[in-house]
Write a protein that binds this ligand. Structure first.
Ligand SMILES: Nc1ncnc2c1ncn2[C@@H]1O[C@H](COP(=O)(O)OP(=O)(O)O)[C@@H](O)[C@H]1O
Ligand SMILES: [Mg+2]
Length: 374
């Protein structure tokens, strides 16, 4: 670079730099203004910097007076063009951001975000982000609604299920009171079984509320799965015999599982009782336990004839029961239908053990599969 060029660069840098700093300061002070004024400010600073550099160069005698006039004229015209373009861009930016603001406001009002597709990358990114948020919100709203719905259903189901035995009890006590009962002993037996059923139901409700409140206390220890299963089978034997259901069970040798023994027993017996209750006479219910690479697997297979898709997706819901379960014939069935809480409790307990429970159809019935980590 020649000496002259160095001088020109330094001179221009000083003057244009000064204008740049002043422009930056003004922009900083006005940073809360509309983007339209900010872009205009940037363009104005650029034009003024060119003019300042030119004047500096001419003062250092590198430009004739005439040349300075020409350049200033050119800069003025170019400056006007630049300002118009800057104003247009600024206006567009302002419009896009207003559009985004309107979208966000509508999002707040309706809860659903409808994204416009225009605007620079940052705006579309923001818009995309809002759309994601809106989807997440919609999902959680949906979840809350179903939860609320199932809570309402539970209350109505439970009150229905309590009202039936209570009405029966009242009728029986009245009959006994009036001396109208010809066989009081049978009445007493019947009353006893109704009361037992209600106690079971209230126990289930209590257990479930503890699970939901997250205060289910489990003290995991190494348990032999075989022992738990044979205990549950022994407990269910009389019920199975009464219904003519054949029970089978096989657990691989020495399978240990880390679990709370009482809770695990409850899981197995709930599944077993359900399976027996839904299996026709002469059907087979089979329990199978084995070790898998990352834990223990326990399955209960029955001969219920298969479940429909919507039933498969609802069996674990709190309070849900299949249509047959609420008919009076089932009410006092051995092993007793509860209030649709049994499987919700199973799921709660299994999940408290960080395990998983699922149901699938499996000829000639369905299979409940519990997996527990070791
Ligand atoms: N082994 C099974 N085979 C077929 N259907 C079942 C079985 N276990 C449960 N179900 C269905 O799931 C519903 C909910 O079961 P559960 O939570 O144990 O409640 P409950 O036994 O009180 O009806 C039952 O009413 C029944 O319709
Ligand atoms: Mg049940």
């Amino acid at each position: 670079m020649t000496h002259d060029q160095v001088v020109i660069v330094l001179n221009t840098a000083a003057w244009s730099g000064g204008v740049g700093v002043a422009g930056a300061l003004v922009l900083w002070l006005g940073r809360r203004a509309s983007v339209r004024w900010l872009t205009l400010g940037v363009a104005t600073t650029a034009v003024l910097a060119v003019v300042a550099g030119t004047v500096a160069t001419s003062r250092a005698m590198f430009l004739s007076h005439h040349d300075l006039g020409v350049i200033t004229l050119v800069a003025a015209v170019a400056g006007v063009v630049a300002l118009v373009v800057a104003l247009a861009v600024g206006t567009a930016l302002a419009r896009w951001s207003r559009q985004l603001r309107d979208e966000a406001r509508r999002f707040g009002e309706s809860g659903a975000f409808v994204a416009g597709r225009s605007g620079p990358a940052e705006f579309t990114a923001l818009s995309e982000e809002l759309r994601n948020t809106s989807e997440k919100l919609a999902e959680s709203r949906e979840r809350e609604l179903t939860l609320e719905q199932s809570r309402r259903e539970l209350v109505s189901w439970v009150s229905h299920d309590l009202r039936t035995p209570l009405a029966g009890l009242r009728a029986m006590t009245e009959a006994l009171e009036d001396g109208l009962a010809d066989d009081p002993a049978r009445y007493h037996l019947q009353m006893r079984s109704e009361v037992d059923r209600m106690v079971r139901m209230v126990d289930d409700l209590f257990e479930l509320s503890r699970i939901h409140a997250g205060v289910l206390r489990i003290s995991p220890q190494a348990v032999a799965l075989g022992d738990v299963v044979s205990e549950a089978l022994a407990g269910a034997d009389s019920v199975a015999q009464a219904r003519g259901v054949r029970l089978g069970g096989y657990v691989d040798e020495d399978v240990l599982v880390t679990a709370d023994p009482a809770s695990l027993s409850r899981v197995v017996s709930n599944l077993l009782m359900n399976a027996i209750r839904h299996t026709p006479p002469d059907g087979v219910v089979e329990v199978r336990g084995r070790a898998v690479p990352d834990g223990v697997e326990l399955s209960v297979t029955d001969a219920c004839g298969g479940l429909k898709d919507d039933e498969l997706s609802r069996v674990f819901d709190v309070g849900w029961q299949g249509s047959a379960a609420r008919t009076p014939a089932h009410d006092n069935a051995a092993g007793g239908a509860g209030a649709g809480l049994g499987l919700a409790i199973v799921k709660g307990i299994v999940e408290a053990h960080l395990g998983n429970v699922a149901v699938s159809n499996h000829e000639p019935g369905c299979r409940f599969l519990v997996t527990l980590p070791t």
